[in-house]
Design a protein around this ligand. Sequence first.
Ligand code: F1P
Length: 394
Amino acid sequence: MDAANVDAEFKPASQNALSVIRDWDIKKGWVMNSTRPSPGTHTLNEIMSQPSCWQECLNELERPGQLDKMPGRLAPQADWLFVGCGSSYYIALAAAASWAQLTGLRARAVPASEVLLFPDLLLTGKAPCQPVLISRSGRTSEVLKAAEYLESTRKIRTLAISCAADQPLGAICTISLNLVPADEKSTVMTRSFSSMLLGLQALAAAVAGKREFIEALGRVPAAAQAALEAMRPRIASFVQLNEFNDYVFLGQGPFFGIASESHLKVKEMSCSCAQCYHSLEFRHGPMSVVRPDTLISFFLSESAYKAEREVLEEMKELGAKTLVVTNAADERVRHAADLLIELNLDVPECARLVVHVLAGQLLGYYTALKKGMDPDNPRFLSRVVILNEKAQGI
Ligand code: F1P
């Protein structure tokens, strides 16, 4: 199945059962009676546009007055605190790991609700805190309240990164970075996730004075374009040819944020059961769920490759189906992978982190289509979570 007609081949399985569910959802008003000729139009365009979008965002950041001005405006030698909700929290996870690797500074990631409900667990260090508020819309209630609390109550200067201009978050935070080319029509975040992660990695390199890393990031879009076009038909047919009922995503270090985001894509787009763990944690109980219809996706790092490869082989032995995304595989991984996505990117491991999420996005997209769902209109979800002003406790 080549990329050109890969979607044309898709006919949702057991249309009757799925159309009954769909009619019910429409009757309940849970999904729009979308008459869109092809479900997921926006989502697929946004997924496939990522390499060119990354290039646009990196060009934007390289303009005078953007990245070059940042290091001087941020707290020196601070403890960094990356804050977001949903996919933006998973950006925070991957960005915090990248930040520590690139700058050697302490960095952690928390959901915005933790800043509001348990601030004393976070703001305790002797070193100054440098919060980064991450929000595609710049309008999520919890993120706005967290920014307000940090700036006004704790008198801490914050940095915002968003994909929308002139939004409330940018007005609250002391400094803001806007990656407008990465904004989306879709509810689920795809290119906004990857572009904001890339932007924060470029910022880390600027703070650390690592020009060579920013140049390595600059080589990613072109190399990723080829990888994306190669993986798309393979993931589409893998989904079409297999029946899965449970999805597990595993990653260590910065790849745990990628595993977390991939699990959310499958959940949001296809309403499937999905979970994510640090790879070696899966042995400590969760592996009891493994069955022949369990798909375990491994984001194999270079740094922890041998340890992660052991888990892959053990889960294959238990009977799971396996999808492996890695930069370069050896014979043992080839043997244990039911679907192997090799990226073959000639950049440092941290610089190619973002490319791994493409596979999780495509897996969610094609699983949704197979189940007769519309990734552009995910069940129950909205683009932004705005809480009732009278929301208790925060
Ligand atoms: C965060 C978010 C998304 C989620 C959904 C609702 O939005 O939770 O991660 O997929 O779209 O909003 P934002 O704060 O990044 O705008």
